[in-house]
Ligand binder design. Sequence first.
Ligand code: FAD
Ligand code: NAI
Length: 469
Amino acid sequence: MNQDQFDLVVIGSGPGGYVAAIRAAQLGLKVACVERRETFGGTCLNIGCIPSKALLHSSALYAKARDGMGAHGIKVGMVDLDLPGMQDHKTKVVKELTQGIEFLFRKNKVTAIRGTARLNGPGRIEVSLNSGGMRSLQARDIILATGSDSAGIPGITVDEERVVSSTGALELDSVPGHLVVVGAGYIGLELGTVWRRLGAKVTVVEYLDRITPTMDLEVARQFQRLLSRQGLGFLLGTKVTKVDSSGDRLVVATEPAEGGDTETMKADVVLVAIGRRPYTEGLGLETVGLKPDNHGRIEVDAHLATKAAGVHAIGDVIKGPMLAHKAEDEGVFLAERLAGQRPHINYDAIPAVIYTAPEVASVGKTEEELKEAGIAYNTGKFPFSANSRARSTGKTDGFVKILADAKTDRLLGVHIIGEDAGSLIAEAALAMEFGASSEDLARTCHAHPTLAEAVKEAALAAHGQPIHI
Ligand code: FAD
Ligand code: NAI
């Protein structure tokens, strides 16, 4: 093979693309990964999961130092916010992790190419190099892992300074007086939480009559109550129709979702967080006979193959939840398949976590989905207020909810709202992966005193026999 000929070329170095490239190289394929950003790691490492979690953690520390120590008998003096310092910490974390991908590429002998890739007929890719000039690659297989981009609202221009997407909301250099968030989903609630903790007034405008539409409704209602207690304001069943940025302050016009009278409010920053769209711009799909579906996604079969021979796709650019670990698992699946193995992905056991306080985490079906599918189920619930560890740390908000098949007791869904829910859900995902019943979970010995005992108790409650309530 010459230096431009590969077994596999991966377009995009997000968690889907970089993981696919590394796994394929580990399995002996000659692999290149093309990325148009200067740094690797995609949305997740550069402008998504990692910077948002850095700011969530730093802002939580600030809020704790300011308001959360008194109850533990600790007196704290003046607590001051050093926003540039907080942003520097975030930038440092992003830099270290994106450089880490470069290191992993070198270690695994993945050829990393910085440039914008375009398909140019079967097995051919043209790369417009960031350093100037073009490079033509040939590949037996191609993985499209080009990810997604923020969705916009027609007529509302995102300038990333005052009207921002998540990218601008991660970069604000001062705390806005009033932040209006459009969309009560993952991004709106995580970044709304960051700026609320740092002192902003935050109003979340949501089109539907509930927050986080994919979440179990009972959990979502509790979540909204807890966020409201932290000072986030909610306007549900409302749409933003216009943002006037001609004056010193923004004027945000809203209307009831069903139509009706317009109201206005003043804001300093508006965050548009109404979802993300698959990104396929300029990718040359037509040169291999492909076109995106009505949602802009690339269609794939159960093996993540498109209709074009040798072209596959993973991550945010295809159907399914737009989550980094889903993209990673698809990357591994495809790399192993292309190397001749027979891997498997269990789409019923992909956890989802919102990293607010408390965290909200789930895996499997919601109660609403089970009702709609006509599946009979038992419910087991256990509140953290009855968990001894939660009581000792003072983090008693929330509960664990387990949904198990009424006939077989197999776990169908686990939903947790509470401290460290994002870590607690791993046990439930593992149990579901192994096809466990709620009795299996209940009979597993859990260390005391831990928050995980609430999971065990919820499993006991699914049989009506919790010990501690
Ligand atoms: P991406 O990460 O989007 O990567 C695609 C890459 O392809 C990009 O780097 C892009 O530059 C590159 N590219 C596109 N076109 C070309 C081309 N033609 N040539 C070369 N390169 C190209 N998910 C979680 O699971 N947990 C979280 O906590 C979380 N937090 C998030 C917070 C925010 C603010 C956002 C925006 C997202 C968050 N997500 C989170 C979602 C997560 O970032 C995505 O699901 C994940 O990054 C998708 O991975 P991917 O590999 O499919 O695509
Ligand atoms: P989202 O899909 O989570 O939420 C969008 C919200 O906006 C929904 O509640 C929707 O009903 C509402 N909406 C849509 N149009 C609207 C309109 N015109 N006016 C008012 N509300 C409107 O999308 P979000 O928050 O932008 O995040 C995109 C994706 O990124 C998430 O779905 C998730 O996959 C991923 N993500 C994951 C995170 C995590 O895993 N912790 C964190 C951040 C993002």
